[in-house]
Design a protein around this ligand. Sequence first.
Ligand SMILES: NC(=O)c1ccc[n+]([C@@H]2O[C@H](COP(=O)([O-])OP(=O)(O)OC[C@H]3O[C@@H](n4cnc5c(N)ncnc54)[C@H](O)[C@@H]3O)[C@@H](O)[C@H]2O)c1
Ligand SMILES: CC(C)[C@H](C(=O)O)[C@@H](O)C(=O)O
Ligand SMILES: [Mg+2]
Length: 358
Amino acid sequence: MNFKIALIRGDGIGPEVVGEAVKVMEAVGKKFGHSFSFEDVLMGGCAIDAVGKSYPEGTAEKCKACDAVLLGAVGGPKWGHASDPEKRPETALLSIRKDLGLYANLRPAALRPALADACPLKKETAEKGIDLMMVRELTGGIYFGKRERYQTEDRGEEASDRMAYSQMEIERIGRRAFELARLRRHKVSSVDKANVLETSRLWRSIMHRLSEEYSDVEYEDVLVDNAAMQLVKDPSQFDVVVTENMFGDILSDEASMVTGSIGLLPSASIGDTAPGLYEPIHGSAPDIAGQDKANPIATILSVGMMFRYSFHLPHEADAIEQAVDAVLAEGWRTQDIAKSGEQTIGTVQMGELIRRKL
Ligand SMILES: NC(=O)c1ccc[n+]([C@@H]2O[C@H](COP(=O)([O-])OP(=O)(O)OC[C@H]3O[C@@H](n4cnc5c(N)ncnc54)[C@H](O)[C@@H]3O)[C@@H](O)[C@H]2O)c1
Ligand SMILES: CC(C)[C@H](C(=O)O)[C@@H](O)C(=O)O
Ligand SMILES: [Mg+2]
């Protein structure tokens, strides 16, 4: 088959990790008889530098003309947090997610067999394994509510961010979570802050209704502060974790670290129509950019998710995961997953080793 892929390489380590992931994709194509055409799409800080705005006109249309989108990362201190949204790289990220209707962000956190000793948890906890799927709502909540900043008469400057969720938004992400649980270990943990937030109380009541419909799936509510603690105490208790946008952002970074490194975790952002967008959960890592130090595994596994969720080619996805595990089993480590004093390899060599396993 032939697939057209939009490449948003982005900023910092983005181009480095996307470069390796593209080469892996081509190796998979060679092995399984697929071909790819790539279209580079400018977005993020690099777009601000080139054309003065982070989300140039036509960005979404270019992506919609492709079968899937692969994104590295956008942002960095060079662009800061400008008051003009067009001059903020992160604005582009939220816009592309919204414009492509990518409301479901799947962030699997799995302890790779060869990395059990990179897990910072107690040995007996790590031995139980980690294999959870965070389902993060991606196009609603506080990320997309009204933002204001104004002067008050007596309290100085004030700012506010509105958090809203509709029944429709909660239902569709909830269904995704229950459907995924049916393909996994039949358990959904819904994370909210229903003891404080009205959005969470609505969230919880809708999840409860859905849980009756999906009575074959075990269901629990977990308050977000407790969820953060439970993730460190015993992540093996979780199968599918469904939560709103900001809680999911924070908890998925936490989940990544219990599996060893943020450089390992991929993500798939999907909606009801193509294309899906695939990206590592990490950012542009300005501290290591341009030094051949970034771990490309998160982006390579994101390509695996692309095969699985956009192209419905599970064998190709499995082959990528097996190649990653085989390289890790041989002891190859980038700096983020190495023990102190252990010899490390760079981004390009890690990519090359994974490719050779294919
Ligand atoms: N999807 C995205 O494009 C995305 C995601 C998160 C952050 N960001 C942006 O990236 C910029 C930097 O954010 P940050 O520093 O808070 O988070 P970050 O994820 O970029 O980096 C956090 C830490 O993790 C390390 N790290 C990240 N990816 C790594 C990898 N592949 N291999 C090894 N180490 C890795 C970094 O070196 C850094 O020490 C910000 O502008 C932020 O808004 C973008
Ligand atoms: C850069 C930022 C806007 C983004 C988010 O919060 O969604 C990032 O942290 C992520 O996890 O993809
Ligand atoms: Mg994040």
